[in-house]
Write a protein that binds this ligand. Structure first.
Ligand SMILES: Cc1ncc(COP(=O)(O)O)c(C=O)c1O
Length: 489
């Protein structure tokens, strides 16, 4: 039987070319939802790829890719010479709307203002090694060699210390090394007894959300801000209040106006993510005063503070805090490499027990072998010299990126070298959409992130975020030449 025209319209399928998700994935998701909801019954014949492509006004290859995925995952079966059918062995759908002639459109429309992240949290994008993806680090030959040696040494001594359950708070030796480093480098006030070894920032944020008590977990987050913090908090049932960020960092007065009784504020004061601004001293004091009076917690995410290239270094907010309201969180996943999965939280003393308990209930403890290797790396002074060498490398890479951007794309973007961190922000000139450039860049094998997608309520600014830490400086100019071709389109 021939599929009648308008099959796509009948099922309310449509494609949004401005969306962050690729066209084939939009088609795949809509078909899959229709199958799962029962709108497309088991055994139903799907239209031909050519016909569906014509109805949706897209390329046939996109529909073929969507069908291939449905076939690979078992939602559909291909019958030789007869076409493609919805698999007949699928379980009964849960959806009560089953059998309706016109199901509602299953794919929500992404818009920047709704704070949709598009593929920002797509794990395949997170691990994409192409320039200029965010969050990647370099490990030089010296660190690689030391890492192998220390691993071998740890394994040679493999015994009782490693085999049983360990301290859920983390190895004492590692906590001491972390404390020494933070006191010296970030003016953090701490004792090893206040340090909790975590799997990184992500776990620390999740722990804060678990430990926060009360039915109304209202929290401030930065707008724009780090999406994985906001999403983790929302997933934990927190009532998330996006507070605008300007050139002085989070607008504390606005936060107090909008949510004076919030339980916590999640903030990146030393290098705001994504904009890179520093929280001014006036705002730091205002925030600490509010937290002291209201009893709120300040969760200071001091990510990438190891990589400071110049400018006036501001000590941690935690070091200024007389009232023990700050939970300081840091990560070794940036200082070393993201696959490591080790970080730390420095807790006000009354919070140590609830946090250790929450961590114990979550996954008991960090891996003992990994902690032992990092402890040796820190105790023997290799961490400090690794940071020094990488800081020089990243500074050179940052400079190469700024030079290449100004030379090749100076008419389209404005860029200032950031004083800290592993990424920079290139603001697009009037009328250029960062989302469109992000998409065009992918076709030239370049990964740039559209900053406008990280806004929730505040009016979005169009800018590209480019990571510079993971790419040797020689690779930067050729990659920017490819990005320039994407701009030409
Ligand atoms: C703002 C911010 N905080 C923290 C992190 C590090 O997270 P984790 O330690 O979970 O790898 C990142 C990584 O991209 C980040 O951008």
């Amino acid at each position: 039987m021939k599929n009648r025209p308008g099959w796509a319209a009948l099922y309310a399928f449509e494609v949004d070319r401005a969306a962050a998700a690729p066209v084939f994935r939009q088609v795949y998701l809509q078909l899959r939802s229709a199958i799962l909801s029962g709108a497309l019954r088991p055994g139903t014949k799907l239209p031909s790829t050519r016909e569906l492509a014509t109805q949706l006004g897209i390329s046939r290859s996109a529909v073929v890719a969507a069908f291939e995925q449905l076939l690979a995952e078992g939602y559909a079966v291909a019958k030789k010479g007869a076409g493609t059918f919805v698999a007949s062995d699928l379980p009964e759908p849960f959806d009560v709307g089953r059998g309706r002639s016109k199901p509602s459109t299953p794919v929500p429309k992404p818009t920047a203002s709704s704070g949709d992240l598009g593929d920002f949290v797509d794990v395949t994008v997170q691990s994409d090694a192409r320039p200029f993806n965010l969050g990647r680090t370099l490990i030089d030959a010296r660190t690689a060699e030391l890492w192998r040696k220390l691993n071998a040494r740890t394994l040679r001594s493999f015994g009782g210390d490693h085999l049983g359950y360990g301290d859920p708070q983390g190895m004492l030796g590692l906590r001491k090394s972390v404390c020494d480093y933070l006191q010296a480098a970030r003016a953090v006030r701490c004792e090893p007894g206040q340090v909790l070894i975590t799997a990184g920032t992500q776990q620390a944020v999740d722990l804060v959300a678990r430990v926060m008590q009360g039915p109304d977990k209202e929290v401030w987050v930065e707008d724009p801000g780090y999406p994985l913090t906001r999403l983790a908090l929302a997933a934990a049932g927190a009532k998330v209040r996006p507070i605008p960020v300007d050139q002085y960092g989070l607008d504390v007065a606005e936060g107090i106006r909008r949510a004076p009784n919030a339980r916590a504020v999640f903030i990146t004061p030393s290098h705001q993510f994504p904009k890179g601004v520093v929280l001014s001293m006036a705002r730091r004091l205002e925030l600490l005063a509010w937290a002291r009076v209201s009893g709120a917690w300040i969760v200071e995410d001091d990510y990438a503070s190891e990589f400071r290239y110049g400018g006036r270094p501001l000590a941690s907010l935690q070091g200024l805090d007389e009232a023990e309201r700050v939970i300081y969180i840091g990560t070794l996943n940036k200082a070393l490499f993201p696959g490591l999965r080790l970080g730390y939280a420095v807790l006000p003393p009354p919070l140590v027990r609830p946090f250790v308990t929450a961590r114990y209930l979550m996954d008991r403890q960090p891996s003992t072998l990994c902690q032992a290797v990092v402890t040796a790396f820190m105790e023997e002074g290799h961490f400090a010299s690794h940071i020094r060498r990488m800081r020089d490398k990243y500074r050179t890479q940052r400079d190469a990126l700024v030079t290449a951007l100004r030379r090749r794309l100076g008419d389209h973007v404005t860029v200032d070298p950031p004083d800290q961190g592993m990424h920079l922000v290139a603001y697009t000139r009037q009328g250029l959409s960062d989302v469109a450039i992000e998409r065009a860049a992918r076709e030239h094998e370049i990964v740039v992130r559209a900053m406008s997608r990280l806004y929730v309520e505040a009016p979005p600014q169009s800018a590209l975020m480019l990571g510079f830490s993971g790419y040797p400086h020689q690779s930067i100019a050729p990659a920017i030449a490819r990005l320039a071709r994407a701009f030409e389109r």
